[in-house]
Design a protein around this ligand. Sequence first.
Ligand code: LLP
Length: 452
Amino acid sequence: PANVERNTDGVLAVSGLPVTDIARDFGTAAYVLDEDDFRSRARAFRDDFTAPFDAVAGADVYYAGKAFLCSAVARWVMDEGLNLDTCSGGELAVAQRVGFPGERIALHGNNKSVAELRQALSYGVGRIVVDSFAEIDRVAEVAAELGVVAPVMVRVTVGVEAHTHEFIATAHEDQKFGFSLAGGQARAAIDAIVAKGDRLRLLGLHSHIGSQIFDVSGFEIAARRLVALHTEVADVHGIAMPEMDLGGGYGIAYTSEHSPLTPGELGTQMAALVDRELKELRDGHPDAPLPRISIEPGRAIAGPSAFTLYEIGTVKDVEVAHDAIRSYVSVDGGMSDNVRTALYGADYSCTLAGRTSTAGPRLVRVVGRHCESGDIVVMDEYLPADIVPGDLIAVPGTGAYCRSLSNQYNHTPRPPVIAVRDGVARVIVRRETIDDLLALDVDEPAPLQEVR
Ligand code: LLP
């Protein structure tokens, strides 16, 4: 994060607060989140990203809560003037709890329950992104039941192969999300929505091509295909849909291998490509208003703002080949608080956080405390050769999809999230306890079976 640097004692500090104090006061493992860094990246998307779109038809930013959401984060997003993308009744409940304005919320999901649709429509969310024919009927029914008109967008599978991990690419044809463009389903979905015009208001088209993407060319193809469909809808139904959403997916640097564009640079490139692709609409319908663009970055806002602070528990040298030693460094967390390495082969780095050292480098593999050999936090890293149990290490870039994908494997309580601002730390998600875990566990002796 932006405000993290070593103090004069060589201890990593977040806006002046040493991690040794954080570890002492809150324990490890812990996610440490630099609040100003999160807020300034949110603001950069709101201002610098959207500014170049003023020359087109304007743009809005929806923070994708799936990256990381809690009440404090929802408030920051609300304060900074961004909108919020939710994808479950639970995320929506967090937004409702802090009074996030309904009209600034989107609801996603490929299998929303009727209860979630009721929750969203009673709260007055600004958009429901529909994902199936069954759902179009369901939304219309719930809207009728509540006596409202539901604002909907259509999730379109644009058929772009994003260059990212297979599990986080979402717009190629053979996967579960959206209405296929090539197969004509997207058009049919629009016709179905238009036919229910008394209960559904068609806001526009939506696409999300994947995540951890560095090259905007995939967005250009997506925009081209959405504009073509948008134009067709204007031709056939005489409807000028007011909005168009290009989803999230902007990549961040987990290691020095990547240097992502700034929000301002991204905005300039995205506005230029949107402007190019809107030509088809302008030519066909010179008088029609252009759709306002929205995007849904999650990782690019939350990811860089946090690091995970762990304490080393063991250092074990393992002979992996003749004359080749690998040092396995075990920390007090692992795949329960960061499953991304195990799940996607994600790359992370780490650094000795509680002190500096003049010792030479030692190649290590940082592993967790769980009962799986795939429980790896950092695959390969050089740490000073004199690391010992009790040393603190920090793994940067864990603000997105770490806490939100966390689990309690091996009955491991999940770490807290500690937000630091102006050198002051506060708990925004408390540490889970064994009692929290036991509270879910119904300890009732089974009734004895009568044996005849
Ligand atoms: N909008 C939609 C409809 C999405 O499905 C997603 C992410 C986003 C926006 C935000 O994408 P972002 O800007 O954060 O890349 N667990 C994976 C990432 C899964 C992303 C799912 N959808 C990971 O840890 O890499």
